[in-house]
Ligand binder design. Structure first.
Ligand code: AMP
Length: 572
């Protein structure tokens, strides 16, 4: 799988593997992505490359410097362990079989080991695996443990492989939908393996398991929005904060981010306030957290909330400095029932009747209107109240909550759309070109990309060299070091050949002047002009690392294409 750059071939190999896997299916589905559990469980194997080097030293007569030299040569600890096991270990030990289950259990034990003596125990578990395995097994076990499996197996690839492996007769979109409601690929694979197809079709949210958030399309005028939404819409303030999904199962409150990461520990104040504010049996709420001044009601910039992310120390102190209010705009589940298929107007009514607004929770400000002038006034008011614009929502009978999907039921309209290029783009770093002159020792430019969902591939859209502070610029090699790939990752499509390749992981917010046709970029290749792609002209980094987005949550090819078409419409 690692050797192929053809998506079809990769999917085919994976589906053959899964069709023969029996009870190992669920475990394999995690392992091919280098995990042992869904992302939202936040499980880390917690073994650094340094620790692996130590283990390799202790099972051979090699010294640490020699391992470091091998590491410098290959840049991959997996390859180093493969070579070490192949060439340097004369095992007297009678090798036992390395089964999937044994690897999985050992990895789980490594993840669960903490506290005193845990390093020794982790080392022992690792050594036991690699000494019993073949060199190739050592390579992949090491990659999983160090968090660098990187076979390019995306969720979409696994879903396609599962459909083929278990001859799923329904629409593959049903599986995708089930995964969006319950983003645990092991769980989904288990349902398919056991033939529980009803559960796939009727997938619904479950409190404490994050639901993939619904996303918005974009348009550049209120008239277009009204036309698209059938003449009437609900316009809500578009708050500039952090997407916040709050779960309650009757006992526990959990908070998840836009990327289904659990962030409960960053919001102890919201968790406390939740139980005082809401008195239901169970629920899942969707909203945006914004820092604000409770005295004046003034909203503060998003950056003040991001300081909370990953902040372990002094959190309580920080809470008093930056109070947070969650503007709730949706409800996905209430008292044992899913509300995903309930139209938005009813969901909103239920949400409003569920609580009395206070300093921590408020319903998103909104109007329902068919009048473009009135909506434009509301839009202006949102800007002067410190928001980014509006999200217009369908009030139609089909305005249900589409987990994980970007659809025309929600349409964002931002102030930036009236200036230069509509919106900023969130582009993923795919490669880098070495710097010269003043930029010697760092990168001169980054090769930036977008994601094509349909083909499950990353495509290039511009070279980015502007907008970096000196500090960030000279730290770029360090910031990106962990994501370096020895060659072009198999899910990247590029004409340009940068000096360094990266696994598509780090997302940067980028602004630009316009979208143009370009023969050297692969974004939407041949969709507009045969033999050319689309590219972002005069790109500049805004300074915002989108840490809340994973690689495949960057701007999509379809979005760039629609930005290009919008531009054309306006005669730009
Ligand atoms: P964008 O990040 O520009 O794609 O805009 C979509 C994001 O706007 C959502 O993911 C939310 O985090 C945020 N947002 C703010 N206010 C609202 C609202 N009233 N309805 C939906 N999303 C909102």
């Amino acid at each position: 799988m690692e050797a192929t750059s053809k998506r079809l071939e990769l999917t085919d190999m994976l589906s053959k593997l899964l069709s023969k896997a029996g009870e190992d299916t669920e475990m394999l589905v995690y392992l091919v992505q280098g995990k042992i559990a869904p992302d939202y469980e936040g499980i880390e194997l917690g073994m650094s490359e340094k620790l692996i080097a130590k283990a390799l030293v202790s099972i051979t007569s090699m010294d640490e410097k020699e391992i470091a030299r091998m590491m410098a040569r290959s840049g991959d600890m997996g390859t180093v362990s493969q070579e070490v096991i192949a060439e340097r270990v004369q095992s007297t030990l009678e090798k036992q079989d390395i089964t999937v289950k044994r690897v999985f259990n050992a990895l789980t034990e490594i993840a669960q080991t903490s506290g005193e003596g845990s390093v020794t125990k982790k080392l022992a578990l690792y050594k036991d695996l690699v000494l019993n395995g073949t060199p190739v097994e050592a390579k992949y076990i090491t990659r999983i443990i160090t968090g660098k499996m990187r076979l390019g197996v995306s969720d979409a690839t696994i879903i396609t492989a599962l459909v083929a492996a278990f001859s799923y007769e329904g629409d593959p979109a049903e599986i995708e939908n089930a995964y969006n409601c319950h983003p645990d690929m092991g769980y989904i694979a288990g349902l398919l393996r056991k033939g529980l197809t009803d559960k796939i079709r009727e997938a619904s949210p479950q409190p404490l398991v994050p639901v993939k958030v619904m996303l918005a399309e974009r348009l550049t005028s209120v008239d277009e929005i009204l036309e698209k939404l059938g003449g009437t819409c609900a316009a809500e303030y578009k708050y500039d904060g952090l997407r916040t999904q709050i779960h309650f199962d009757g006992k526990t409150v959990k908070i998840f981010s836009r990327g289904t990461e659990e962030t409960t520990s960053n919001f102890p104040d919201i968790v406390r306030a939740f139980t005082e504010t809401f008195h239901c049996k169970s629920c899942i709420l969707d909203g945006e957290s914004v820092p604000y001044n409770p005295e004046t009601g003034e909203l503060y910039p998003f950056q003040m909330v991001s300081q909370r992310r990953g902040r372990k120390y002094d959190l309580e102190g920080k809470l008093h400095e930056i109070p947070i209010v969650v503007f709730l705009f949706d409800i996905l589940y209430l008292d044992g029932s899913s509300l995903l298929a309930v139209p938005y107007p009813e969901r909103r009514k239920k949400l409003e009747s569920l609580f009395t607004e206070n300093d921590h929770f408020k319903p998103a400000t909104r109007i329902v209107s068919s009048n473009a002038h009135e909506i434009m006034e509301f839009f202006e008011r949102s800007i002067s109240d410190g928001c980014e614009g509006i999200v217009a929502k369908s009030v139609g009978a089909d305005s249900y909550y589409r987990a994980g999907a970007r659809g025309w039921q929600w349409i964002k309209f931002k102030r930036d759309y009236q200036k230069e290029l509509s919106d900023s783009l969130d582009l993923v770093v795919l490669g880098a070109f070495s710097g010269h002159g003043r930029r010697k020792g760092t990168y001169g430019a980054l090769l930036m990309g977008v994601y094509d969902h349909r083909r499950d591939i990353f495509e290039t859209v511009c070279k980015l060299g502007t907008g970096f502070t000196d500090d960030v610029l000279f730290n770029l090699p360090k910031i990106l070091a962990d994501y370096r790939s020895p060659n072009k990752p198999n899910n990247v499509n590029s004409i340009l050949e940068p000096d360094v390749w990266f696994y598509p992981s780090i997302v940067l917010e980028v602004r630009g002047a316009e979208i143009t046709v370009s023969p050297v970029h692969t974004c939407a290749f041949s969709s507009v002009v045969s033999g050319s792609g689309l590219s972002l002209r005069f790109p500049r980094f805004t300074g915002n690392f989108r840490k809340d987005k994973k690689g495949d949550q960057c701007t999509t090819t379809e979005e760039v294409l629609s930005m290009f078409n919008n531009q054309k419409k306006k005669g730009a």
